[in-house]
Structure formats: structure tokens, C-alpha cells
Write a protein that binds this ligand. Structure first.
Ligand SMILES: Cc1cc2nc3c(=O)[nH]c(=O)nc-3n(C[C@H](O)[C@H](O)[C@H](O)COP(=O)(O)OP(=O)(O)OC[C@H]3O[C@@H](n4cnc5c(N)ncnc54)[C@H](O)[C@@H]3O)c2cc1C
Length: 469
């Protein structure tokens, strides 16, 4: 860092994962805690705000902010200590989920919670407090952290443990309460790198939720939804339950045995698949793709268990590099809402009907089962989430935003919640309604304590009214 000057060469365009939003910022990639402190000083001296960024896997605007200093932690990526006897890993903020499993799997450990991609950093994942397909069984990632180190907005270092109230605020706090610099995480014991997966083809939304109930207690549960299907078939899809294999299997613990194949269907190089997807990426074709996927599910969703590697099951979306480019030029947003058990069937049915009626059908729908947690900006409920991927075009954007707002009303009425990692459309009144005034006050109190100069920002925080003017 050179004095109190921001070099123009540092300016770069940062995007949300969905490629539907972007902002220019001064990007800095510190490699040590002292350098992070230097970036905070520089921000104070130059009058810039700071946006924290990991791998940029949040779908919307959570890790971008126009004209800010973007503090990208991905170069702080050293594993500081690994204990194969206890499964405790001590890592810098920018260590990726991929690096976690590659380090631990040979010794028979797996990250306790992972997202649908292995790219996120530990700090980015904790700032959102990610959930996995095992949310109802294992909770969120934050529930497996033993302690973490945080640099606050005044450059003071804090070591936080689950006994500290600030622990549950920084985790889930969307990068607005301090820079997570180091994490000690308890990994999950496994004796095999494989899962036993049971696929079930489900004919409608009622069957979806009944199948989740039927497989209660299983390690992982997730279901794909064909959002084009209507009437009695509305909500049809393919459910998967998966359990860790109990038989010891040393060969499957080798990272090489987990690597995803380089070709799709044995012929098409993975790097080219997004081009094929892009050609199909319009409603008529996607309705056929969804139909074909469901038809195929009738054949192989026959409840016969099969064996699948942890990586292939957990990170399905990483099979196709750059798949998001299929949505270019406008990109896409993901709309994910979390609805309590008693209301989920009604709300999801209404949401699927509303998107069909608006002529803006999601190309991909996913249902998961969740359980509540006590982190400050928790998104989870004792219920289900439905995630819907919507293509963005300039013409459709106003209608799409309006659709999301109408769907929000239903979720809020039902006592549901939202997730900043996935959000692109929430308004201040929506956030106020689902988080509640008491939570927002606690957040403001934490801000006053941990970010007295008001350094930390993000486009999301500005949009949803989390920061004072
Ligand atoms: C294909 C795909 C599948 C996904 N599946 C899931 C899923 O199954 N479950 C789930 O929960 N999420 C899922 N996600 C979302 C993703 O896990 C989260 O958005 C996660 O936060 C991304 O981490 P990141 O390192 O990319 O951080 P970014 O997206 O860059 O940032 C996320 C947040 O972390 C903050 N931040 C970054 N670094 C720090 C730091 N050092 N200290 C404090 N705050 C910081 C940022 O300001 C921002 O608010 C998925 C995303 C993708 C692209």
C-alpha cells in the first residue's frame, strides 16, 4: 500500500455470481492481518467505505459496492494447523471449501456443512452462515466453528467463541461487522468418501413434501422442481436422500477418487457445456429440458439406492464450469424463500403459480428442509426453502422485481425469511418485516461497537436499508 493514495490500476469491475449486477471498486488483496489493518487505515485516510469480498459466490450484490475499497480476502488462504486426530482445522479467512475437503478427506474428515459449490471462502461462507443439504440435521456452518478472529472497523482484533454474543452477529452479519481473518472449525468424521443416495421421482408438490417427511433423519435431503409443470403436476420433480456410507472405504477418501470427470456424457468437454446450455436458455427450450429431466426421473427415480462420491453429490453445479454464462448477457437472480412447515405447501404452490402467470418461469427450482438457528441475521426456519433461478433481461427486469416483491408479501405473511447470499430484490420494508425491529436494533448496536467509523458497506446493505444514510 503506498501512503494514502489509491492507485487507479486497482479499479476493477466486480460482479455478483448471477452476473446481473456489477460495481467498480478499488480491489486490494491482503495476505496478512497487518495488511488488512493497513487497508482499513487507507480507507479511513481516503474517505472510502470498505466492502468485504471472498470468492464472489453470493448471487446478488452482497460483496460489491460502487467506488468502495473492495477488501478481497481470497489471498489469505493458508491452512495454519490440521489435527487429523480431532478433526479441528485452523485456517485463514480465504481458505476455500475445496481446500478444506482436500486437506481433511484423506484423514477421514469432511466439512460439516457445504454449499452447492466448493468455491466459497470460509469467511464469505460464515459471513452468510451457509447451510447445506443437511441443514435440518447439521445446522449451519457457524454452528461448527470453535472460535474465530475478527478485525473490527477500528483495527482492533477480537477472538470470538460461541459464548460471545458478537460471535452470533459476525457470523451471519454479511460482512458488516468486521473482517473475519482466521477460523477454527470442527470437521465431520467420515469413514468413506461415498454416500448412499436414494432417488425418488415425485409427481407434485404434495408428494415432494411427503417424501421429505418419509426420509426424515437421513443425512442429506434435497429436491429438484420442474417449475413449468401445472395443475395436478405442479411442483413435480426428483428428490434425493443421501447418507454417509458406514463401511470403511479407504480408496474413496483419496481426493483423486473424488475428482469430477472432465467430460460430460463422456464426450463433451466440460469447459464447452455452458455454450450448449446458452443455446437452450430460453423458456420454450427450458420447459422441454425440465420435461425431459422429469421424464428421465420416472425411469431412474425408482428408490433404488446407488453410490455416489461426496464431491459429485455435494457440488453438482461445479460439474459445469462457468454454467452461469449460459444466462448472459443479462445474467440471472436466485430467489430463495424460507417458509415454516405449516405454510410451506400453500406458499410454494402460490409462488410457482405466480411465476407461471407472470410468464417468468424459473428454469431451475430446488427445495430443501431447514431448522432454525440463533444467529443474528438467520435465514433458516423450521420448514422448507424453495430456490428459484430467474433469467434477467432488461425488458423483463421490472416485471421480475415486481413478481419477487409480491412473492415476498406471501412469505412475510407466513412468518418466513430470506437469505442475503441469494438476494437481489429485497426492499427495506421486507427486511424490517422479517428480521424485526429488535434484531435491527441489535445490529445497529453491534455496528456502533465494532464499526465506529461506519467503514463497512455493500450494495446489498445500502439497498435494503441496513446502513444509516
Ligand atoms: C453455485 C452456488 C451454489 C450455492 N449453494 C449454496 C448452498 O447450498 N447453501 C448456501 O447457504 N449458500 C449457497 N451458495 C451461496 C454461497 O455459499 C454464499 O454466498 C457464500 O457467502 C459465498 O462465499 P464467498 O467466499 O464467495 O463470499 P462472497 O460472496 O464474496 O461474500 C459473501 C459475504 O461475505 C462477506 N465477507 C467476505 N469476506 C469476509 C471476511 N473476511 N470477513 C467478513 N465478511 C466477509 C462479504 O462482504 C459478503 O457479505 C451458493 C452459491 C453458488 C454460486
Amino acid at each position: 500500500m503506498s501512503g494514502a493514495r489509491l492507485e487507479p490500476e486497482r479499479i476493477a469491475r466486480l460482479q455478483g455470481f448471477g452476473l446481473a449486477c456489477a460495481a467498480d471498486a478499488y480491489v486490494v488483496r491482503p495476505t496478512t492481518v497487518d495488511e488488512v489493518r493497513g487497508v482499513l487505515d487507507l480507507a479511513c485516510q481516503t474517505g472510502r467505505k470498505v466492502v468485504l469480498r471472498g470468492a464472489g459466490c453470493s448471487y446478488g450484490d452482497a460483496s460489491i459496492a460502487p467506488e468502495a475499497l473492495a477488501l478481497d480476502c481470497s489471498a489469505m488462504n493458508r491452512i495454519l494447523a490440521w489435527d487429523p486426530a480431532t478433526g479441528v482445522i485452523d485456517a485463514e479467512a480465504g481458505v476455500s471449501i475445496e481446500s478444506l475437503w482436500r486437506t481433511a478427506l484423506p484423514d477421514g474428515w469432511w466439512p460439516p456443512v457445504v454449499s452447492g459449490t466448493m468455491m466459497p471462502t470460509l469467511a464469505g461462507a460464515l459471513a452468510m452462515n451457509i447451510h447445506g443439504k443437511n441443514n435440518s440435521k447439521a445446522g449451519t456452518l457457524g454452528q461448527h466453528v470453535l472460535d474465530l478472529e475478527v478485525l473490527d472497523g477500528a483495527g482492533r482484533s477480537h477472538r470470538l467463541t460461541p459464548d460471545d454474543e458478537a460471535f452470533r452477529a459476525v457470523i451471519s452479519g454479511a460482512g458488516l461487522l468486521g473482517v473475519i481473518t482466521r477460523v477454527k472449525l470442527q470437521m465431520h468424521r467420515v469413514t468413506s468418501g461415498n454416500l448412499q443416495v436414494t432417488p425418488v421421482s415425485v409427481g407434485n408438490l404434495d408428494a415432494q413434501l411427503a417424501t421429505f417427511d418419509e426420509f426424515e433423519g437421513v443425512d442429506y435431503r434435497v429436491s429438484w422442481v420442474d417449475c413449468f409443470a401445472r395443475g395436478a403436476r405442479l411442483g413435480r420433480g426428483l428428490f434425493h436422500a443421501a447418507s454417509h456410507e458406514s463401511q470403511p472405504n479407504a480408496a474413496s477418501l483419496r481426493p483423486e477418487s473424488q475428482d469430477l470427470p472432465s467430460k460430460v456424457l463422456g464426450v463433451l468437454p466440460k469447459s464447452q457445456v455452458w455454450r450448449a446450455l446458452r443455446a437452450l436458455n430460453r423458456p420454450l427450450w427450458m420447459s422441454r429440458v425440465n420435461w425431459a429431466k422429469y421424464a428421465a426421473s420416472r425411469l431412474h427415480g425408482d428408490r433404488r439406492p446407488f453410490t455416489q462420491g461426496l464431491v459429485a453429490f455435494s457440488f453438482l453445479l461445479d460439474y459445469v464450469p462457468d454454467w452461469r454464462r449460459a444466462y448472459l448477457p443479462g445474467g440471472f437472480i436466485q430467489y430463495q424463500s424460507f417458509v415454516p412447515l405449516a405454510e410451506a405447501r400453500r406458499v410454494f404452490r402460490a409462488q410457482i403459480e405466480m411465476q407461471q402467470k407472470a410468464g417468468l418461469v424459473s428454469f431451475l427450482g430446488v427445495i430443501k428442509r431447514h431448522r432454525p438457528d440463533d444467529f443474528l441475521f438467520t435465514h433458516a426456519v423450521d420448514g422448507y426453502s424453495l430456490a428459484l433461478d430467474f433469467k434477467v433481461t432488461p425488458q423483463a427486469w421490472p416485471r421480475l422485481r415486481e413478481l419477487c416483491w409480491r412473492m415476498n408479501d406471501l412469505v412475510i405473511e407466513a412468518g418466513g425469511r430470506f437469505y442475503f447470499a441469494k438476494d437481489s430484490t429485497l426492499r427495506p420494508q421486507d427486511v424490517c418485516a422479517y428480521l424485526g425491529e429488535a434484531t435491527l436494533k441489535r445490529f445497529r448496536d453491534f455496528r456502533a461497537e465494532l464499526d465506529p467509523h461506519g467503514l463497512f458497506t455493500s450494495a446489498l446493505a445500502e439497498r435494503v436499508g441496513l446502513l444509516p444514510d
